[in-house]
Every structure is written in C-alpha cells, then in structure tokens.
Design a protein around this ligand. Structure first.
Ligand code: SF4
Length: 239
C-alpha cells in the first residue's frame, strides 16, 4: 500500500517543471454535451479500474510539458471550433501542480466558458487553502470522483493506505468556499445508501450525486482478470 500524499509529491516532481505541466492529449469529447478536454499526466492514486494507463503508471515517459497559456489557447480554440462552452481537464490528477492549475484558471476565466476540473479531491481535502484559492474562479465547476462508499472500499479500489476521508473533506472545503461542485461516486459493493447518508450530512442532495459508469477497456479487463477481481466490480461498467 502507498501513501497518496507522498505519491503526489513524487509525481509532482515528474510532471511539473516551473509553471509548466505535463499533458498527453488534447481532444474534443462528447462529455457534458461536448467539451474541449486536456488530459493531464500523473496521478496520486492507482485505481484498479483506471483506464489512463501510462499517463498514470509511467508519467516520466508520457506526455509533454505545456505552459498554462498554451493549454488555455488550445482548449479555447478547440471549444470555438466545435461550438461548445465547456472546457475541462481530466485524464489523471490535474490538481497536482497547483501553481500551474491556478495560472491556467487565471487565463481562461476571462472567456465565456465553463471550466470543469475533474479530480479525485485528495489534494483539496489535504489542504484547506486549495479550495479557498479555487473559490476565486466563477466559471469553475469541480467534479470530485469518490472511489467507493467507505474507507475500506476506497482502499480496495485504489490500493492506497488512506484517502477516503480526504475525498469527503474536499467536498466539505469546496462547499465551505462556495465553489461549484458535485460528487461522482464509484460504487462496487452496493453500499450506495451509506454514502448518500454521509453526503447528506455535508449538505449534498442525493439528486446531486452522479453514479459513475466506467468503460471496460481491454487493458482494464485484463488487469482485473489477472487480479481475479473482474467479477467483484459490481454494476459500474458502461453498457
Ligand atoms: S484517480 Fe483517476 S486517473 Fe487516478 S488512478 Fe484513479 S481512475 Fe486513474
């Protein structure tokens, strides 16, 4: 088992260089009704169902460094060409490299676009100031992907020593700072009611919870088969 905060620090040394950060792909996607997307490199978790592959497991050999200005230009240009209002960062863990992320938000905030930050919330939950700093951006919406419905399921899905409570903390801090957000939950054990109750305590309505569906890409299927866990994943796969 690994420490996700230590892994964040190690990963940051690989994927951040000054104001630049590593990305491995820029693409237009159908998500959110159409979004210009930058896929980041480097993550602080190792989810057993992750489809990001080398971007997570081999960040040194994946992607290229980009300045916040170049990332912003590419996303805005792609959004304009495709007639969409949504730009987003996804792929691995975009909160690694806070200075880069905040600079990118500074640049895109002047455009009439909605910026979706997809994160596992670990670093936001570990640092109250992170949510405060995000609160200055009115076009920002944060989607926090919660891995499981309990600390035990979180450990099973990610292999990390801890982190579930940090994920919940991130929701609390985002809410305290009036940052627009919603949780999406990966649930593999049918413990949905358990997390619904926890999230209610944080003021999150059940109707605001997204139940995450994942694609069973062939490498993911192979990994889960090797681990003997394919049949234990419940109803999380997209049909
Ligand atoms: S948090 Fe996301 S990118 Fe990171 S390992 Fe899990 S699924 Fe992959």
């Amino acid at each position: 088992m690994y420490d996700p905060i230590k892994l964040s620090e190690l990963t940051e040394r690989i994927v951040v260089r000054g104001a630049q950060r590593k990305y491995h792909r820029f693409r237009f996607t159908r998500f959110y009704g159409g979004s210009a997307t930058a896929d980041a490199v480097g993550c602080n978790l190792r989810c057993i169902f992750c489809w990001s592959g080398r971007a997570v497991r081999n960040p040194s050999a994946t992607g290229k460094f980009y300045s916040p200005e170049i990332v912003a230009d590419m996303l805005i240009d792609m959004a304009e060409r495709n007639g969409c209002r949504i730009i987003r960062i996804s792929g691995a863990e975009p909160t690694i490299g806070k200075a880069h992320l905040l600079s990118l938000l500074d640049v895109v905030d002047v455009y009439d676009k909605i910026f979706i930050l997809e994160t596992n919330g670990i670093l936001i939950g570990a640092d109250r100031r992170y949510a405060e700093e995000l609160s200055g951006y009115k076009r920002l919406h944060v989607r926090v992907s919660i891995k499981g419905c309990s600390e035990d399921e979180f450990r099973y899905l990610t292999g990390a020593k801890y982190g579930f409570s940090l994920q919940l903390k991130s929701l609390e801090y985002l809410s305290d700072n009036n940052v627009s957000f919603h949780p999406s939950v990966v649930s593999t054990r049918g413990e949905n009611l358990r997390i619904v109750e926890k999230l209610k305590e944080l003021g999150i309505r059940p109707s605001d919870i997204e139940w995450e569906r994942l694609k069973l890409y062939p490498p993911v299927k192979e990994r889960l088969k090797r681990m003997g866990r394919l049949d234990e994943m419940g109803d999380i796969w997209e049909r």
